[in-house]
Design a protein around this ligand. Sequence first.
Ligand code: FES
Ligand code: FES
Length: 178
Amino acid sequence: MPVRTIRLNGEETSAEYQSAGTGDDQASEPLLYWLRERLGQYGPRFGCGVSQCGACTVLVDGVPTRSCVTDVHTVPDGAEVRTLDGLAENGERHPLQKAFVRFQAGQCAFCVNGMVMGALGWLEGRIAAGNRAVPSADEIRDFLSGAGEDNDRNYLCRCGTHTRITAAIRSAAEEMVR
Ligand code: FES
Ligand code: FES
């Protein structure tokens, strides 16, 4: 089987992946399965499997990516892949993780991986572009619905906790832009 090497949460990591065909006809196992089953990353979840909910989101070179519909072979060797599993640093939770706990932003919590990783990519992208304004509730709602100017992917919470999720993202953003 072919092997892919990435930087997973800052650590060089290699694993085999299933693949068939070559060139444009190549197909390989989804990044989601590869991360969960071969690399022990249990943050990303299988929700819909068809790029509709965001539960499987990871960051690939900083870009929120739906790992359920991303073949491993399309992820470049050496890509920086970040997962929820690696978000805490030195035992300290990321501001987004702390805010989701503080606001109890979830019922079943199945969507939370996507909410946190999607918001992380979105907020870090804004900050990298020089926008250090705390997003308004409307901007966060546009982010969640995929209607924002800088985001075309929606993030679905089947339990309907979007109000708390919006408050948690706004609170975390206040800390992230400081
Ligand atoms: S599981 Fe990937 S978008 Fe729903
Ligand atoms: S808290 Fe259940 S899907 Fe969001």
